[in-house]
Design a protein around this ligand. Structure first.
Ligand SMILES: [Zn+2]
Length: 287
């Protein structure tokens, strides 16, 4: 994906949705992400391309579960200014993360919709310092490649677009460290489905951990999935370099266990000693 694409570029294969329909769809998707618990309070923001130089965006400070179609704002892509809204949009400001949305559209002409949410488990993984980019779930490898986590950036500041600038060239779903998620798509529905997949990946990974261990897929299995991903991207008219946009290989891993009490959980030193002892015994047995 080329960087530095002009702001007003867009994929010719993606038709623009009539404004009335797009407003209705944004209200519907906002409701869905609120009902699914991917945002709380006034968190999150959505945007979509209205035309070559305009975006429809959610206003700041409103619950995404109770948006109104006429209250959504129109923002100009090239300078980020808001069209003078009338009716219920009057006096509203666009989302505090509008700069992040503008950065996505600047770099990705194929993207027509952006959703920023706060899916709790996915955010918890970043707070715990555990990556969701490991190769563990096959369909995530094919459809998303991987789910990278950015460096921490102060929400609502220019640090946020800076933090996603590199990753958004290759990935459609990104975790903003200690903060939330960024998912993009050709439509709001596609960006929503990717958000759903991010949170489900966190749920599956956490459940695997609770069952004892997170086992990553073998390099051979990942290689096959990477070929499927290349075909998937080609069908979308996208082309990525060899090895790009794919999950991270790594050993199986155990997530950190919370230390709630000395009696119910061994200390990290005890766990380490036990692991070392097991490794020595295995070695002695020639396993
Ligand atoms: Zn946020």
């Amino acid at each position: 994906m080329e960087s530095g694409t002009a702001l007003s570029n867009h994929s010719k294969s993606e038709p623009y949705i009539p404004e009335y329909e797009l407003r209705q769809e944004m209200v519907r998707i906002g409701r869905l992400i609120w009902e699914r618990g991917y945002v709380a309070s006034t968190d999150g923001n959505l945007s979509a391309r209205l035309g070559p130089d305009r975006l429809l965006v959610t206003p700041s400070g409103q619950s995404k579960g109770f948006l109104s179609a006429e209250g959504l704002l129109v923002v100009h892509l090239d300078h980020g200014d808001v069209s003078r809204p009338s009716g219920r949009g009057r006096g509203q400001r666009p989302s505090s993360e509008i700069l992040m949305h503008l950065e996505v559209y600047r770099q990705r002409p194929d993207v027509h919709a952006v959703i920023h949410a706060h899916p709790p488990l996915a955010v918890a993984f970043s707070i715990a310092g555990v990556s969701l980019a490991r190769c563990v779930v096959p369909e995530v490898i094919v459809t998303l490649g991987g789910i990278p986590t950015t460096e921490y950036a102060t929400p609502g500041t220019p640090e946020v677009p800076d933090s996603i600038r590199q990753a958004i060239r290759q990935y459609d779903a990104i975790i903003l460290a200690h903060h939330g998620s960024l998912t993009v798509g050709r439509t709001l529905w596609e960006a929503y489905l990717r958000l759903e997949k991010v949170e489900q990946t966190a749920q599956i990974t956490l459940a695997a951990h609770q069952l004892g261990r997170v086992r990553t897929l073998s390099p051979q299995a990942v290689q096959k999935l990477a070929e499927m991903r290349r075909a998937y991207l080609q069908r979308q008219g996208r082309d990525l370099c060899e090895g790009c946009s794919i999950c991270v290989f790594g050993d199986d891993y155990e997530l950190p266990v919370p230390q709630t009490s000395a009696s119910s959980h061994p200390s990290s030193d005890e766990a380490l000693v036990r692991q070392i002892a097991q490794a020595i015994v295995k070695n002695l047995k020639g396993e």
